[in-house]
Design a protein around this ligand. Structure first.
Ligand code: SF4
Length: 464
C-alpha cells in the first residue's frame, strides 16, 4: 500500500468519526489552520486544509474551533514567541471547551527543544508533528480522537515525497506548486536546512501532471516553490535542470504566467537566463537574495559567491531581460559586520537599484554556525538598518514609476478592500496596480494603462 493510499484510508476513517460526532452534537465540526512564515508553509497549509475538508470538517477563520492547527515558522526568534502567545490564548478557551483539539506542526516542531517544551509544559496541546510528514494529518488526528492519547510524530528527516494530497487553494486562479523540498546550502545564519531536511526534487512528470490539473481547474498563474529552485533535479534518477523543467511547463495550455522562488545566486545558470528571456510565460520578476554586499561577510555566511560575482550575474540578467524587476533579501548586523562591510552592501544597492528589498535585522538562531560568533551591538544594527531602508525606499520610489503611461497586462486578483469599485492586480513584474472595474474581472488578465505611481504600486485605468 502506498503512503498516499494509506492516508486515503485514514481520511475515510476520520470522516466516519467526524460524522458520528456531528450527529451527536447536531452541528458541523469546524477547523482552523493558522499559518506562520513563508510561501512553502502557506502551500503546506493548503494541503493540511485539503485533508481536513476531505475528512468532513468545515473551515473557519476563528481559532475558537473544534480543531485548531498551528503551522509554525522558526526562521526568526520572534516567530516562536508569537506561537506561544497564541497557544496561551487558546488554552483559556479550551478550559471552557475541553473537546477542542489543538495541534502544532511545521518548522518550529523540528527543533527538539521546542518539542520537549510542548510535551512537558504545554500539556493542553494534543498533536505535534513536523515538516516531513504533514501528509499524515488524517492518521494522527484519527489516532488522537480514537484513543484520547496525545500524539507526537516528528521525523528527523525523510527522502519521501507523497504525491496526490488533497489541497484547498486560497485563490481559484493562482497556485503555489512545490517542485522540491529541503536545502543543502547551510548558510551559516539559516535554520531551514535543519528543519526542512536535505534537498529532494519531485519528479518532473508529477509536477507537470499537477500543473495540468490546476490549469484544467482554472489556474492561470503558478508559483514554483523551493528553498533553492536553481538546484532542482540534482537528486533525480534522470536529472534535468530547472530551466529544462520550465520549458516543459511553458507548453502547458491554460497556464499564462509562471513565477518561481527562491533563487540562489550561486546556482542561477545562463541556461535559466536564456530560458527566461525567450519565454512568453515566465514573469518579468526575479527575487535574488543578496544578503550582504561584502565578500568577506558573504564568505562568513557560507553563501558561495562574492560581491563581484553577484554584480556580474545581475548584469547578465539585465542585459538578457531588460524589463526584469529585481527584488532581494538583505541581512543587517550579521556577526562581525564592520562599517566597511555595510558600506559594501549600500554600494551594491546603489549600483543595482532593486525594485524592492526585504531588509532583515540578523536574528541569532541556536544551532546555526553564526550563532557562535560575536554579535554586533543593537544600536549599531538599528542605525545601519535605518540607513539601508531609506536608500531602498528612495530607489523603489524612483524605479517603480518607470512604466507610467504604458498599457500593460494585469492579472486581476481581488477587490480593493479600501475603496468600493476598485480592483487590485499584479503586473508580470509583480508590482501591484489599483484600477476601477467590476469584480467579474477577478482572475482575468486585463489591459490597464498605468497613470500614477505610488512607489510600491500604481493607479491605472482599464483599457478593455
Ligand atoms: S539557501 Fe541558505 S538561506 Fe536559503 S533556505 Fe537554504 S540555507 Fe537558508
Amino acid at each position: 500500500m502506498t503512503e498516499s493510499d494509506r492516508q486515503k484510508f485514514y481520511t475515510d476513517q476520520l470522516r466516519a468519526l467526524v460524522s458520528e460526532k456531528e450527529t451527536a452534537l447536531g452541528r458541523r465540526l469546524t477547523f482552523c489552520v493558522v499559518t506562520f512564515g513563508c510561501q512553502m508553509n502557506a502551500r503546506d497549509s493548503e494541503k493540511l486544509t485539503g485533508i481536513l475538508t476531505e475528512a468532513g470538517y468545515k473551515e473557519t477563520d476563528s481559532e475558537q474551533a473544534d480543531f485548531v492547527l498551528y503551522n509554525t515558522c522558526t526562521v526568526r526568534e520572534n516567530a516562536n514567541e508569537r506561537l506561544y502567545g497564541r497557544l496561551g490564548h487558546l488554552n483559556h478557551y479550551k478550559k471552557s471547551h475541553p473537546e477542542t483539539v489543538i495541534a502544532v506542526c511545521g518548522c518550529m516542531m523540528q527543533e527538539p527543544a521546542e518539542v520537549e517544551n510542548v510535551r512537558n509544559k504545554l500539556t493542553f496541546v494534543d498533536i505535534v508533528f513536523g515538516t516531513h510528514n504533514i501528509f499524515k494529518l488524517a492518521e494522527l488526528l484519527y489516532t488522537h480522537l480514537s484513543t484520547g492519547e496525545r500524539v507526537f510524530d516528528v521525523w528527523e528527516d525523510t527522502d519521501l515525497i507523497v504525491e496526490d494530497l488533497p489541497s484547498k487553494r486560497k485563490y481559484s486562479f493562482k497556485s503555489g506548486v512545490n517542485i522540491m523540498f529541503g536545502c543543502n546550502n547551510f548558510c551559516s545564519y539559516c535554520i531551514v536546512p535543519y528543519v526542512r531536511g536535505r534537498e529532494r526534487s519531485r519528479k518532473p512528470e508529477d509536477i507537470i501532471s499537477e500543473i495540468k490539473a490546476l490549469a484544467d481547474d482554472g489556474v492561470v498563474e503558478i508559483m514554483l516553490l523551493g528553498q533553492n529552485v536553481n538546484s532542482y533535479g540534482k537528486n533525480l534518477g534522470h536529472p534535468i535542470t530547472f530551466a529544462q523543467l520550465m520549458k516543459q511547463i511553458e507548453e502547458i495550455d491554460g497556464i499564462k504566467r509562471i513565477r518561481f522562488m527562491t533563487s540562489h545566486p550561486k546556482d542561477l545558470s545562463d541556461e535559466l537566463i536564456e530560458t527566461m528571456a525567450e519565454s512568453k510565460k515566465i514573469c518579468r520578476h526575479l527575487h535574488l537574495p543578496l544578503q550582504s554586499g561584502s565578500s568577506r561577510v558573504l564568505k562568513a555566511m557560507n553563501r558561495h559567491y562574492t560581491k563581484e560575482q553577484y554584480l556580474d550575474l545581475v548584469d547578465r540578467i539585465k542585459t538578457a531581460i531588460p524589463d526584469i524587476s529585481l527584488t532581494t533579501d538583505i541581512i543587517v548586523g550579521f556577526p562581525g559586520e564592520t562599517e566597511e562591510d555595510f558600506e559594501e552592501t549600500l554600494d551594491v544597492v546603489k549600483k543595482i537599484r532593486f525594485d524592492n528589498a526585504f531588509t532583515f535585522i540578523y536574528s541569532k538562531r541556536d544551532g546555526t554556525a553564526a550563532a557562535k560568533l560575536p554579535q554586533v551591538p543593537e544600536d549599531v544594527i538599528k542605525d545601519r538598518f535605518n540607513r539601508l531602508l531609506s536608500l531602498v525606499q528612495k530607489n523603489t520610489s524612483e524605479v517603480c514609476g518607470r512604466d507610467i503611461g504604458k498599457v500593460v497586462e494585469v492579472l486581476t486578483e481581488e477587490a480593493d478592500s479600501r475603496v468600493e469599485g476598485m480592483l487590485t492586480g499584479r503586473l508580470s513584474n509583480n508590482i501591484m496596480v489599483h484600477f476601477e472595474g467590476d469584480s467579474s474581472l477577478i482572475s482575468r488578465i486585463v489591459k490597464v494603462r498605468l497613470l500614477e505611481s505610488k512607489g510600491f504600486y500604481y493607479y491605472g485605468r482599464l483599457e478593455e
